[in-house]
Design a protein around this ligand. Structure first.
Ligand code: GEK
Length: 245
């Protein structure tokens, strides 16, 4: 069994805060880190599984893009026990994908294929469902349209994109308010002010949030329909969007 630790990555004062990376330290603490940092994370993961069972079709592919340690992947597998399909879990962090490979091997699940790859380069085809859970925010702004267009192209008619992001609010006032509330959430989850501020400095310009309006316009512009926000907790949202049948 893989052993994961409590997130102490930013616990001690750091002289030079290095740019956030999905490295060994982060991968070892990732389940705890994301649970204590993303409001509503467990709900999103659980519903990702439930919603997938409405869309995943026999003999099709599902893609979990930026899968990390496979929380969405495993939720989907659990909710589609009897469906013969194949799930491609893709991440460009070697530390994440190696750990996920071990988890999948230990579960004897043959429907999951783990691939170390940049999602910009990964082919998408015959897809009944694509998951982008908190991944687009790490893709350079100039590539986001191209990625969504590729996902739309690779989805079968009626296929579903399940998409979750940290969002930015259009007004600076609201943005500051929700950032403060998010930091309060992290304090409730046991992070110190030092941990919160060091993580914030490290992830700035690495995680680039956009407004809900920007996301909706982009999804629409590449051809998605029935774009619905099914969940929001502070500045964290989750959407479903369909390729027309
Ligand atoms: C979850 N979805 O638990 N190609 C492939 N992977 C990438 C790329 C890229 N270009 N850029 C970033 N990643 C997961 C959580 S975490 C979100 C996703 C977070 C990967 C990166 O290595 C990391 O594993 C993941 O996207 C983002 O539901 O940490 O806030």
């Amino acid at each position: 069994m893989e052993e994961f630790t409590r997130d102490t990555v930013y616990k001690d004062p750091q002289k030079n805060i290095k740019k956030f990376e999905f490295d060994q330290k982060v991968a070892n603490a990732f389940p705890d880190m994301i649970y204590r940092s993303v409001p509503g994370y467990r709900t999103i993961i659980n519903y990702c599984g439930s919603i997938s069972s409405k869309y995943i079709k026999e003999d099709s592919y599902c893609y979990d893009l930026g899968c990390s340690l496979g929380a969405s992947t495993l939720s989907i597998i659990e909710c589609n026990r009897d469906t013969p399909f194949c799930l491609h879990a893709v991440d460009n962090s070697v530390e994440m994908i190696r750990r996920l490979e071990k988890i999948v091997a230990e579960s004897n699940e043959e429907r999951v294929i783990c691939t170390l790859n940049d999602i910009m380069k990964h082919p998408i085809e015959n897809a009944s469902m694509v998951i982008l859970n908190f991944t687009l925010q790490f893709i350079p702004l100039c590539d986001r349209q191209k990625l969504l267009s590729k996902i739309h192209e690779g989805l079968n008619p009626g296929g579903c994109l399940f998409f979750s992001e940290k969002i930015k609010f259009p007004s600076q006032k609201n943005n500051n308010l929700y950032n403060d509330l998010h930091h309060e959430f992290k304090r409730w989850m046991g992070y110190s002010n030092l941990e919160i501020s060091q993580k914030r400095d490290s992830i700035e310009n690495v995680l680039i949030p956009e407004s809900e309006e920007t996301h909706l316009n982009r999804l629409e512009s590449v051809g998605f329909v029935s774009i619905d926000k099914w969940f929001q907790y502070l500045n964290f949202c989750s959407f479903t969007a369909l390729k027309p049948s």
